[in-house]
Design a protein. Structure first.
Length: 425
C-alpha cells in the first residue's frame, strides 16, 4: 500500500517537473512567432479627470473604461524644454523622439537638429506605419511622428513633407483643405487608395491608404454623421487590418485629438464624447494585442486641458448599452454628461500629470517608476523595438522559473517523504 502511494506520488511529482519543461521547449522554438509591433494611442488633452468623467458617463462610478483595465499604469509629467506648460507639438515630439523641445516645434531639437522619430525608426526596420487622428493630419500630434518643422502652424510645409518624405502607409484624419488637387493626385499615383467617406474606407482591405474625412478637423463625435464619417474606432480597426499584413510588423499612432478641443472650449459634453470614442478605439486595439503577443499597446495623453474638476452629480441609473442604437447611446451620454457638475480653471493646458496605461506581457517585470517623464514613453517603445525589454526579462523565463521552483519543491517533498518512510519502517 505504502509502495503504491510512493510510486503514485513520484509519478505526480515527476510529471509536475516535466510539464513546464515541455512547455518551455515548445515556446522556445516559437520564440518570436510574430514581428514586434507597437500601438501608441494619445488622448490629446486627456487628464485624469477627463478619464473619470467619461467613466462616470459610460460605465458608472464603480466600473472601468477599457483603458483603465490595462494591467500597468503610470503617471507622466509633461513640461516642455522651454515651458512648464507644454503644447501638443513639444509633447508629441517627446513621445515621438525621446527629446524635449520648445513649444510649437515639431520633432526638431531646441538646437535646430532634426530628430529621428519612432515611426521613422520603424520604417528603417522595414515595418509598416500608420498615423490616425480626429484632428487634421497636419496637426501637431500626428505631424510630430512624420515631419520636422520649427512651427506647428506651417501646415503647407507639413503637408509637403507628408507627401514627399514621410512615407506613412496608413494615414487618416481631417485636413483635406491643406492638400492641392495635384498633391492628392500625386499620392494616388504613388499607390495610395483615397477614402473620403466611411463606405469607401470599408472597401479598402490592403495597401497604402489616405483617408481624408473633412476639410479641417474631423467633426466632434457629437456632430459626426455615423453613416458618412468613420469613427476613431472604425479607423483604428481598419488600420490594424491593413498594417498587420506586414510580416515585419508595424508602428501605429492613434490620436483622440479633440478631447483637447473640448477642454479648450470648456465643453464637458465634447470632452466626454471624445474620450469615450477614444476608449472605444482602445477596446479595438486591446482585442488586437490580446491575440498578438508581440504587439504592445501604450495609451497616454500629451497634457491636461482646461483644469477640469468634477464637483458633483445627479446621475440616474441609465447607462449606454449594446441594446441601444449608436444614436440612442449618444443621447444618453449627452444627458449623463449634463448631469455632472464640473469646474474649469483654464481654457488652455495645465501642468497636471497625465495617465499612462500599458498592455504587453513583456512588461511583467519591466521596472519603471510610478511617475515618469514624457520622454521615457519613447524609450519604452524604443527598448521594445530593439528587443531590450525582452532581453532583460524574456517572457519565457517565467516558465523556466516555474520549472526550477517546481523541481526544487518536488525534490524536497520526495526527500521528506522517504525520510519519513524510513523512520516509520
Ligand atoms: Zn490644446
Amino acid at each position: 500500500m505504502k509502495l503504491t502511494k510512493t510510486i503514485l506520488l513520484s509519478i505526480l511529482l515527476v510529471s509536475l517537473i516535466l510539464t513546464p519543461t515541455v512547455q518551455y521547449s515548445q515556446a522556445a522554438e516559437a520564440e518570436y512567432p510574430e514581428p514586434l509591433s507597437v500601438i501608441l494611442m494619445i488622448g490629446d488633452g486627456m487628464g485624469y479627470e477627463h478619464v473619470k468623467i467619461a467613466k462616470w458617463v459610460e460605465v458608472g462610478k464603480n466600473a472601468n473604461l477599457t483603458m483603465e483595465t490595462l494591467p500597468y499604469s503610470y503617471s507622466v509629467t509633461t513640461h516642455s524644454a522651454d515651458a512648464q506648460i507644454t503644447d501638443s507639438a513639444a509633447a508629441a515630439t517627446a513621445y515621438a523622439t525621446g527629446v524635449k523641445t520648445n513649444n510649437n516645434w515639431v520633432s526638431i531639437a531646441p538646437n535646430g537638429t532634426e530628430l529621428q522619430t519612432i515611426l521613422e525608426m520603424a520604417q528603417i526596420n522595414g515595418k509598416s506605419t500608420g498615423v490616425i487622428t480626429t484632428t487634421t493630419i497636419q496637426h501637431a500630434t500626428p505631424a510630430a511622428f512624420m515631419t520636422h518643422v520649427e512651427s506647428r502652424g506651417d501646415s503647407s510645409i507639413i503637408t509637403q513633407q507628408i507627401i514627399e518624405s514621410a512615407g506613412v502607409d496608413v494615414l487618416m484624419g481631417g485636413g483635406s483643405a491643406f492638400f492641392s488637387e495635384y498633391q492628392i493626385e500625386f499620392m494616388v499615383a504613388n499607390g495610395y487608395s483615397l477614402a473620403e467617406d466611411k463606405s469607401t474606407l470599408e472597401g479598402i482591405t490592403s495597401g497604402k491608404v489616405l483617408g481624408l474625412f473633412s476639410e479641417g478637423q474631423m467633426y466632434y463625435e457629437q456632430e459626426r454623421d455615423i453613416n458618412l464619417t468613420p469613427s476613431i474606432w472604425e479607423m483604428t480597426n481598419k488600420s490594424l487590418e491593413i498594417l498587420s499584413q506586414d510580416p515585419d510588423g508595424f508602428f501605429l499612432m492613434v490620436e483622440g485629438g479633440r478631447i483637447d478641443h473640448g477642454g479648450h472650449d470648456n465643453s464637458k459634453v465634447d470632452v466626454v464624447l471624445e474620450a469615450i470614442a477614444f476608449d472605444n478605439a482602445i477596446e479595438v486595439a486591446l482585442s488586437y494585442v490580446e491575440n498578438h503577443s508581440n504587439t504592445i499597446l501604450i495609451v497616454t495623453a500629451d497634457h491636461e486641458t482646461g483644469g477640469l474638476m468634477i464637483t458633483g452629480d445627479s446621475l440616474n441609473g441609465e447607462l449606454p448599452s449594446d441594446d441601444n442604437t449608436e444614436m440612442e447611446n449618444r443621447a444618453i451620454r449627452i444627458a449623463r454628461a449634463n448631469n455632472i457638475e464640473v469646474t474649469w480653471s483654464a481654457d488652455y493646458h495645465t501642468d497636471s500629470n497625465v495617465p499612462l496605461f500599458i498592455y504587453g506581457d513583456v512588461f511583467e517585470d519591466y521596472s519603471i517608476d510610478d511617475v515618469i517623464d514624457n520622454i521615457q514613453v519613447f524609450h519604452i517603445m524604443d527598448d521594445y523595438f530593439s528587443g531590450n525589454i525582452s532581453e532583460i526579462v524574456p517572457p519565457l523565463i517565467t516558465v523556466e522559473r516555474i520549472t526550477i521552483i517546481a523541481g526544487a519543491a518536488a525534490i524536497i517533498v520526495l526527500a521528506a517523504y522517504f525520510i519519513k518512510l524510513r523512520k516509520s519502517n
